[in-house]
Design a protein around this ligand. Structure first.
Ligand SMILES: [Zn+2]
Length: 377
């Protein structure tokens, strides 16, 4: 992107990035990034924040850019749902709520520059939270920019939408995801597999392709499926296995927090050194957000992997074109699942994924059990 190198790192959304490159020079107060999951909104949001916080307008290399791209810039705050909603909150100290965000918007920025506020899944704002936010977007404190992100922009209230400039993101095609990953030195076979397993979500595809353990969730899911067998006991054991794998995945993320905090520790006491307290708190908050999502994410990937496996089985069983298989690396010559069984399993898995996406559904393991019981029957 001419003039804004950091936006050049956002693939496949030329119209959106061209718009943002122009906007970065003279930003408005509020933008709505609208488009499906995996279309690059997050990457574009981080890059745009970098462009707004960098002295050189988004060089992609300086400290401001680096921190903004990693979601760690002191002048950047992120609001996102806890559980199902983004709550209005009790007051300015109620972390992660609309009132907390608004208080930060009115306060002086930690560093002498703009403040950027990003609101993830903005369609999840409760009505009260949306009202509180609307006020600050209508009369924004100087030098604040709000970025609202949403895959369901029509669920935002009209009053908020009308206050934002909309930046539209379209879904990315498989060829594009594969091309992006192969340009990052991923082999074509793995890029294709990752793209299909990720349902075209480029961020997820990248993680699957580049992490040596990126396919771990599929291996776990297929191992669990073998345990299902044909009875209820097998189904429950399989759900238990998958729930444990998801819990391990979440625990594994704690390791990253320790690694990141390590350099901030006082050599003598082992506690976080005084001058790093604020930074450590921000790092901790970011990890908390990630961990909250981790188990559900793992389960969702696993169910999606099983769905993909059954789709392949269905394709093979009905004599479809083998090049359409998602799990290109598995041996399909011996498996014999009847088309009716495969179709029923896909339906059970789709319903389970929808149930997991609804975060009022508190017992994720129960959702998986139900799906496996249906597959076993
Ligand atoms: Zn920079």
């Amino acid at each position: 992107m001419r003039g804004v190198p950091v936006l050049a790192g956002v693939p496949g959304q030329d119209a959106a990035t061209a718009f943002l490159a122009r906007a970065a020079a003279r930003p408005g107060h509020a933008y709505l990034f609208a488009g499906p999951e995996g279309s690059g909104k997050k990457l574009a949001g981080a890059a745009f924040a970098a462009a707004l916080l960098c002295d050189r307008g988004g060089c992609g290399e300086c400290r401001d850019c680096r921190l903004a791209l990693e979601d760690r810039h002191p002048n950047l705050a992120v609001l996102e749902p806890e559980g199902r909603d983004i709550r209005v909150g009790e007051g300015s100290d109620d972390y992660g709520t609309a009132r907390w965000l608004v208080a930060r918007a009115h306060r002086t920025a930690p560093e002498p520059r703009r403040k950027v506020f990003r609101i993830e899944q903005a369609d999840r704002l409760t009505e009260e939270a949306a009202d509180v936010l609307l006020k600050v977007v209508e009369e924004p404190p100087p030098d604040t920019v709000f970025l609202l992100m949403s895959a369901r922009p029509h669920e935002l209230t009209e009053t908020i939408r009308s206050r934002c400039q909309t930046v539209a993101f379209h879904p990315l095609a498989e060829a594009f995801v594969v091309e992006t990953l192969t340009a990052e030195d991923v082999s074509e076979g793995r890029a294709m597999l990752a793209s299909r397993l990720a349902g075209g979500n480029v961020g997820r595809a990248r993680r699957i392709a580049r992490d040596p353990e990126g396919l771990g969730f599929r291996d776990e899911a297929l191992a669990a499926l073998r345990e299902v067998g044909g009875d209820a006991r097998g189904a429950l054991a399989a759900a238990q296995r998958l729930a444990e794998a998801a819990a391990d995945y979440r625990k594994g993320m704690g390791r990253f927090l320790d690694q990141e905090l390590e350099p901030l520790l006082d050599q003598d006491t082992g506690d976080v050194a005084e001058q790093f307290r604020a930074l450590a708190r921000r790092i901790g908050e970011r990890h908390q957000r990630r961990e909250r999502r981790a188990e559900r994410e793992f389960l969702d990937w696993s169910l999606l992997a099983l769905e993909a496996w059954y789709r392949d089985a269905l394709l093979v069983a009905t004599g479809g074109d083998p090049s359409w298989v998602i799990n290109l690396d598995l041996d399909w010559s011996a498996d014999g699942v009847s088309p009716a069984r495969a179709a029923a399993a896909i339906e059970a898995l789709e319903e389970a994924r929808a149930a997991l996406a609804d975060e009022t559904n508190l017992n994720a393991k129960l959702v998986v059990e139900r799906a496996f019981l249906r597959i076993a029957s």
